[in-house]
Design a protein around this ligand. Structure first.
Ligand SMILES: Nc1nc2c(c(=O)[nH]1)N[C@H]1C(S)=C(S)[C@@H](COP(=O)(O)O)O[C@H]1N2
Ligand SMILES: [Mo]
Length: 416
């Protein structure tokens, strides 16, 4: 029995004029059209990875994880966009709902959804990734890209007037659950804290729309924070209160979970010489990353690797097959409207016709500032002891059947 259902859906993709390729060949200037990741090429067949993620052990917390082989559009449809809800999905009555802005401000505010919608509107294509993605055996698809729309947060904070001694902004969600702290059990709301400086970033949105539709309940309706460039956890859903304080919140989602523990090299400070330093940091901004999405075989019999890169402005992506040389991938620029500073880039690499058998496919992204996605044995990654922020290079395994290693004209399809 095929647990993932992916085996059943080795799809012969249709669509696209078969003659289009011939036309493009005569106009070399249009050749970059071949670098389109989607739609898949006429007759392209997607091969399932051999290494499939484990079954989701926490379906009440995590849902709709991306199956990488099914990546078929730049924007992820809302209904197929992964979800994380630590305290379940709360019931929020949009009519009675108000967003409070309070704490250390001159003028506390309470805004209705209509009042927020009446304010200036801003959109951002943003790739939202859970910081635990690729850190746990089942968690490989906690990522998606949407066009989020709402009103910028910064002018609202300015209107409320953050007091001089305000240093932190806390975003409270409507969802709550029990937390055990030593011998005390309390019911706490989901919340995350950010510095006043970070919250003043003009990119941050009070978001009420996703891909042109009202924000769905599972993604935080009526309003969520969208913090482009930050990991998923900062993007508080079901927002009810924005509160300015003079201390950082140290709740579960700031200081117990979503904390990265690393061993730093031996310190040289007096009294510390020779001792490693253990450092705990709260998960915050997204990190540079890429992943192969699928291997596809065109009707011609030739293969390509398609994938995504995100977490920083992307300069280039390379692909490595079976631990060999790094080979260039081509970045797909066919969705320019969605190519924002904070959205992923899709890429593809022409593989040709590989030999039959098992192959390993690895990708590596380089950011515009020169940073390179780390190898698994990179000292920074190797020194990390918690599963968050696992942005190392990802290797997938694929099997090329003997029957699929000849050009299509002579290939024999083992029909089932
Ligand atoms: N109120 C609230 N906001 C939340 C969460 C939550 O449990 N409650 N989970 C966070 C985490 S860990 C992630 S990865 C993202 C996921 O957003 P999505 O469900 O829209 O994909 O929401 C964040 N915002
Ligand atoms: Mo997350």
């Amino acid at each position: 029995m095929d647990r993932t259902g992916i085996g059943r859906r080795i799809v012969m993709a249709q669509g696209g004029a078969a003659a289009a390729g011939l036309v493009l060949l005569r106009f070399p200037g249009l050749a970059e059209a071949f670098a389109r990741a989607f739609p898949s090429r006429p007759g392209e067949q997607v091969l399932p990875w051999l290494d499939q993620p484990a079954a989701n052990p926490v379906p009440q917390v995590v849902g709709d994880l991306l199956r990488w082989e099914e990546l078929s559009s730049f924007l992820t449809p809302a209904e197929r966009f992964f979800t994380v809800a630590h305290y379940g999905q709360p019931q929020v009555d949009a009519q009675a709902w108000r967003l409070e802005v309070g704490g250390l401000v001159e003028r506390p505010l309470a805004l209705t959804l209509d009042a927020l919608r009446a304010r200036p509107r801003q959109e951002v294509p943003f790739t939202l990734e859970c910081s635990g993605n690729h850190g746990l055996p089942f968690l490989h698809g906690a990522i998606g890209t949407a066009r989020w729309a709402g009103t910028p947060l910064a002018p609202l904070l300015a209107e409320a007037g953050v007091l001089e001694r305000g240093s932190e902004v806390i975003f409270w969600g409507a969802d709550a659950g029990e937390e055990v702290l030593g011998d005390i059990t309390v019911t706490q709301h989901f919340a995350r804290s950010m510095s006043v400086a970070d919250a003043g970033d003009p990119a941050l949105l009070l978001c009420y729309e996703m891909n042109g539709q009202p924000l769905p309940a599972k993604h935080g309706a009526p309003v969520r924070l969208i913090a482009p460039g930050w990991y998923g956890v900062a993007n508080v859903k079901w927002l009810t209160r924005i509160e300015v304080r003079d201390t950082r919140l140290q709740n579960r989602f700031m200081a117990r979970d979503y904390v990265t523990l690393r061993q730093e090299p031996a310190g040289s400070a007096p009294g510390q010489a020779g001792q490693p330093t253990w450092v705990e940091t709260s998960v915050g901004r997204a990190l540079l990353k890429s992943a192969p999405a699928f291997v596809g075989r065109a009707a011609s019999g030739s293969y390509r690797v398609v994938g995504a890169a995100w977490g920083a402005p992307i300069a280039r992506v390379e692909v490595q097959i079976d631990g060999g040389a790094w080979l260039p991938a081509t970045i797909d620029h066919s969705d320019p409207a969605e190519e924002g500073e904070f959205s992923w880039r899709l890429w593809s690499h022409e593989w040709g016709i590989p030999t039959a058998g098992e192959h390993r496919v690895t990708s590596r992204a380089t950011a515009a500032d020169g940073r390179v996605q780390p190898a698994p044995d990179d000292p920074w990654l190797a020194s990390k002891r918690t599963y968050y922020e696992s942005n190392g290079q990802i290797t997938r395994r694929v099997n090329i059947p003997v029957s699929m290693t000849a050009p299509a004209s002579t290939a024999v399809f083992a029909g089932k």
